[in-house]
Write a protein that binds this ligand. Sequence first.
Ligand SMILES: *[C@@H]1O[C@H](CO)[C@@H](O)[C@H](O)[C@H]1NC(C)=O
Ligand SMILES: *[C@@H]1O[C@H](CO)[C@@H](O)[C@H](O)[C@H]1NC(C)=O
Ligand SMILES: *[C@@H]1O[C@H](CO)[C@@H](O)[C@H](O)[C@H]1NC(C)=O
Ligand SMILES: *[C@@H]1O[C@H](CO)[C@@H](O)[C@H](O)[C@H]1NC(C)=O
Ligand SMILES: *[C@@H]1O[C@H](CO)[C@@H](O)[C@H](O)[C@H]1NC(C)=O
Ligand SMILES: *[C@@H]1O[C@H](CO)[C@@H](O)[C@H](O)[C@H]1NC(C)=O
Ligand SMILES: *[C@@H]1O[C@H](CO)[C@@H](O)[C@H](O)[C@H]1NC(C)=O
Ligand SMILES: *[C@@H]1O[C@H](CO)[C@@H](O)[C@H](O)[C@H]1NC(C)=O
Ligand SMILES: *[C@@H]1O[C@H](CO)[C@@H](O)[C@H](O)[C@H]1NC(C)=O
Ligand SMILES: *[C@@H]1O[C@H](CO)[C@@H](O)[C@H](O)[C@H]1NC(C)=O
Length: 691
Amino acid sequence: MQPDKMRSLLIALTGFLGASALDADSILTHYFGNDAPWYSDRIPLFETDLSDIQDVYYYRWSVFRAHQRDLGSYGYITTEFLNDVSWQEEPWALLIDASNFHLREGRWCRDRRFTSDYSSFLFGPNGDPYQFSESMGDGVWQAYLVNGAADDATPLLESMQTVYAGWNSTTLGVGGYDTSKGLYWIQPLTDATEYTIASIDATGGTDGFTGGYAFRPSINSYQYANALAIAHIANLTGDTSVREEYLQLASALKTRLQDDLWNSTFEHFIDRYKEDNEYVTYWDFIRGRELVGYVPWAYDVLDDNTTYAAAWRHLLNSSELAGAHGLRTNEPSYQYYMVQYRYDGTHPECQWNGPAWPYQTTQALTGLANLLDHYPLSAATGVITTADYTNILLQYAKLHYNPARGGILDIEEDYYSDTGSPIVGLPRSPHYFHSGFADLILTGYVGIRPRADDVLEVNPQADASTVSYFRAERILYHGHEVAVQWDATGDQYGTAGLVVEVDGTTVATSAKLTRLTVDITSASAPAFSSPIAVSVQLAADSEYPRGSVSVADADTDAVHGAIDGRIWFYPQVEVSNGWDSPVGNGTEVWYQVDFGNVTQTARAEIAFFANSTQGYDVPEKYQVQSNATGGWTDVSSGNYSTAVANGITTASWEEVSTEALRLVFTPKTGEMVRLVEWKGASGYWHGSEAF
Ligand SMILES: *[C@@H]1O[C@H](CO)[C@@H](O)[C@H](O)[C@H]1NC(C)=O
Ligand SMILES: *[C@@H]1O[C@H](CO)[C@@H](O)[C@H](O)[C@H]1NC(C)=O
Ligand SMILES: *[C@@H]1O[C@H](CO)[C@@H](O)[C@H](O)[C@H]1NC(C)=O
Ligand SMILES: *[C@@H]1O[C@H](CO)[C@@H](O)[C@H](O)[C@H]1NC(C)=O
Ligand SMILES: *[C@@H]1O[C@H](CO)[C@@H](O)[C@H](O)[C@H]1NC(C)=O
Ligand SMILES: *[C@@H]1O[C@H](CO)[C@@H](O)[C@H](O)[C@H]1NC(C)=O
Ligand SMILES: *[C@@H]1O[C@H](CO)[C@@H](O)[C@H](O)[C@H]1NC(C)=O
Ligand SMILES: *[C@@H]1O[C@H](CO)[C@@H](O)[C@H](O)[C@H]1NC(C)=O
Ligand SMILES: *[C@@H]1O[C@H](CO)[C@@H](O)[C@H](O)[C@H]1NC(C)=O
Ligand SMILES: *[C@@H]1O[C@H](CO)[C@@H](O)[C@H](O)[C@H]1NC(C)=O
């Protein structure tokens, strides 16, 4: 029997059991090596014949994992840069401009802890909601649409209203609400998009890092979506007066955005100036199209009006927004297109006057999937199609392969749209989490359209003329196990056509890629556990917990790195993470955590980096010691798993209350040990329960 026939038969047989068609172990090991266990009950599996799209899908989950920062009792947040940058909020390493992407990616993570903790943090006392324009409220609502867990969203309702109203304040300085126009304005830098047309032109073309205050499609869409999120969440709590108030605010904002930011000459939503100076005039339109003009579709602000649909023509025109390797943020016809104003040393710094930015590419693709899915009049114009969606998504996937680093998967800040090379390329740049991808795959390509009611709706935007097959499974949706599969011929999975499965049973099929809707029962989202790591030091200069090592003159930042709550194993030296032992010569070394108080401990997760080219390996042996009774002695009943390279090594012991713990280990002769993280927790070890 031919291998593919054999496979089809096997699948047909196992299908009766409602089993998965994908081999989870081999897929996860292929993509994540020894770190596969972290992903195994956390990510949906996905396969497709467009291999770049598949490879980037898994790469993006590694980016998601790398950016989960454990803040101990403060829970997890999602970071943007792997390396610390001067403008992040300390001691958390918080940057909120990409938080909507973080939440939209995270909503597909089966372990709800990450979105739940992060949402609470963003709207809690340590958040920084005016650091950048934001759509955090929308992010919380989007997570609810997938997981159906009202308890994650409703406690934030009051804080969301406070944050929303705060954007009205005139004291923000760099953003606010203009009562006479009924629109929000923002400094492009505070919109996370320095050097846009508005900010460059407001300096007469001499600069544009700051200033250039403008009524932008972005912030007005974000506030529209935040208002609707508040209305929907208030609706969940039965608070009809808040619901009606915010529905009204959203509706008013939508009218103003449609009526005032649409420029019929450009056939585009563009900024108008708030700034009024010798170069630019209050309320004038800017003089060009920008990619930000598609943001209103990403947040479903607009009516289905064919006049607006014309804007999408410009996304496909290679003389306008369509670069050969990425979508441009504004057009080559702009006088200061790609003029470089700002450098870090000799490296060009971030600018938004033309480069392709994954950030806005994600927004444009989200908007395009929305248009193709539920703007029927606009879609019927044929200005832009599902084939375009698939092509642009594939182009975006290819942008993840970094030619400046030998073609490895490495997403960075921004790109030359005509070559696909990253522009900035600083030490902080690798594996930058400032955009989305998994969400585009699951809501666009695979087409799961998250909704609040007990309906599963699927409408794939994968183009049947290009895509032979895909399957996504292990998707947790409203408490159900969902899988969606497409097989043009039946050769891949044994069944031709589109198949939707709920809890292992086929519930809808179609011969073609089309919309399918299925009623599902209301099921609660599974509970998740939140063990607290007691070892996490928030900043290198935080008093406790504190790390120290047996070696003199150790690098303080590197020592901090081993207890900073961040784990990744990327080999790029620019983003190395953790403390390096001396080269092994048979001598034991130790890493000690001082808790500053007597603290209960019973288990640890240890992350060792390894790369033979770079001279790193796991230790020859390791053990855990405490000084609970004075001198340093091994913990009782230590259960040490074999040291894992580039994955998690676990240790547990009989609970001990101690002020300090040591990881004592012997590096292999001639090799260093890089301790990426040494995470201790209280409580007992519960099987697969992880930090
Ligand atoms: C913001 O200010 C406008 C104008 O004063 C007002 O209509 C609106 O209700 C305010 N929004 C909030 C959320 O306070
Ligand atoms: C409020 O909830 C009801 C059902 O619970 C739903 O039908 C309605 O669409 C919701 N309205 C809003 C504004 O979320
Ligand atoms: C569109 O914006 C340009 C300025 O950039 C302006 O000249 C033109 O009049 C605007 N079109 C309309 C219909 O307002
Ligand atoms: C579509 O938008 C245009 C421009 O704002 C407006 O003039 C027109 O009335 C709208 N059409 C419909 C059907 O709403
Ligand atoms: C593409 O854009 C250029 C520059 O704006 C324009 O001159 C040309 O007509 C456009 N082509 C099409 C097919 O719209
Ligand atoms: C062996 O390594 C330790 C550090 O781990 C160092 O202090 C010691 O000097 C080394 N011994 C020799 C003989 O190199
Ligand atoms: C030690 O514990 C006490 C009592 O719980 C607490 O008040 C104190 O802040 C802790 N000290 C440190 C350094 O954590
Ligand atoms: C090990 O490091 C080298 C050099 O930095 C790198 O090229 C290689 O990809 C790394 N190997 C692995 C398995 O990550
Ligand atoms: C354990 O070590 C810590 C850190 O050096 C110290 O503060 C503490 O007093 C020690 N505990 C005992 C019981 O000696
Ligand atoms: C030792 O730890 C492993 C997990 O790493 C666990 O499966 C095993 O049951 C533990 N054994 C004992 C005796 O506690």
